[in-house]
Design a protein around this ligand. Structure first.
Ligand SMILES: Cc1cc2nc3c(=O)[nH]c(=O)nc-3n(C[C@H](O)[C@H](O)[C@H](O)COP(=O)(O)O)c2cc1C
Length: 256
């Protein structure tokens, strides 16, 4: 009996991937960025709305401004190229007007559709870039202040940057991979809860906390014994970005 295939170039890329924040001082040519983005634009898109756009940011002054908005992330300034993946409803708005209809506004569904479309293009671009030997990291820090990002990038109404991406040729060896939660806790058969793991979710969480703590200690990063629980608790409580919904509404996206 032939065995089912479990390995491919794409699976190999994903299994080995890790966020990289240090880059060689080697430019990423425009043709390379274009090839990455052209491939990424073949990502699936909800009802073919293609509600995204990408800003290729090379201007050092704009990059410094984005780095500051992202909370002082030096790699945003230093990476050879920075891409801002945007949810963009201007194409839809134009088409609706051409068809003689009234756009009205971007409700929750449209706002989600555009954000999901932009995210799928972002991940596809990331993978395409890795396939050409580039590495990088996504930058959600742009959502610290979407209004300032829109001003820095000249985004019109109905466009906001969902996240950015630093890309470049990696300097030195990539950092060790950050362990993920166990596959057996994350995959359910037919109905939620039917996981392939003897352990309770609480036991699995305890094990993951210990695994991540060991990883952080091995790379010299300070942590606590309940590493992941502590990290996630600190990240989302108190609520980060309390002005986000208001700012996105200002930019023409209603997530209410
Ligand atoms: C949408 C998104 C936003 C992110 N934002 C940032 C960021 O602002 N700064 C950063 O250094 N890493 C950022 N990351 C990278 C994550 O921290 C990283 O993927 C995660 O810690 C897992 O590590 P790994 O990618 O090396 O496996 C982001 C990742 C995603 C998917």
């Amino acid at each position: 009996m032939p065995t089912a295939p479990t390995m491919s170039e794409t699976i190999g890329l994903l299994e080995n991937r890790v966020s990289v924040r240090k880059f060689e001082d080697r430019p990423v040519p425009g043709e390379t960025v274009n090839a990455v983005l052209k491939a990424a634009f073949r990502a699936p898109t909800s009802s073919n709305v293609q509600a995204y756009s990408v800003i290729v940011v090379r201007d050092p002054a704009i990059r410094d401004r984005l780095a500051k908005i992202a909370g002082g992330q030096a790699h945003v300034s230093k990476a050879p190229v920075f891409l801002a993946f945007c949810a963009d409803l201007t194409h839809v708005e134009r088409a609706v007007a051409k068809a003689g209809q009234d756009f009205g506004g971007a409700d929750l569904e449209m706002s989600l559709v555009a954000s999901i479309d932009a995210s799928l293009v972002g991940m596809a671009a990331y993978l395409a870039a890795e396939s050409l030997g580039l590495k990088g990291v996504m930058i959600g820090g742009l959502r610290n202040n979407p209004v300032d990002v829109a001003a820095a990038l000249g985004l019109p109404k109905r466009v906001y940057s969902v996240f950015g991406m630093c890309l470049g040729f990696p300097a030195g060896d990539p950092p060790p991979q950050k362990p993920r939660m166990d596959f057996s806790q994350m995959v359910h058969d037919d109905r939620y809860g039917a996981v392939r793991d003897e352990r309770s979710p609480e036991q699995a969480l305890g094990d993951y906390d210990a695994t991540l703590a060991a990883h952080y200690r091995a790379i010299g990063k300070e942590t606590t014994d309940n590493s992941w629980s502590h990290e996630v608790g600190g990240k989302f409580y108190p609520q980060p970005r309390p002005n986000l919904a208001r700012q996105l509404a200002e930019l023409g996206f209603d997530f209410a």
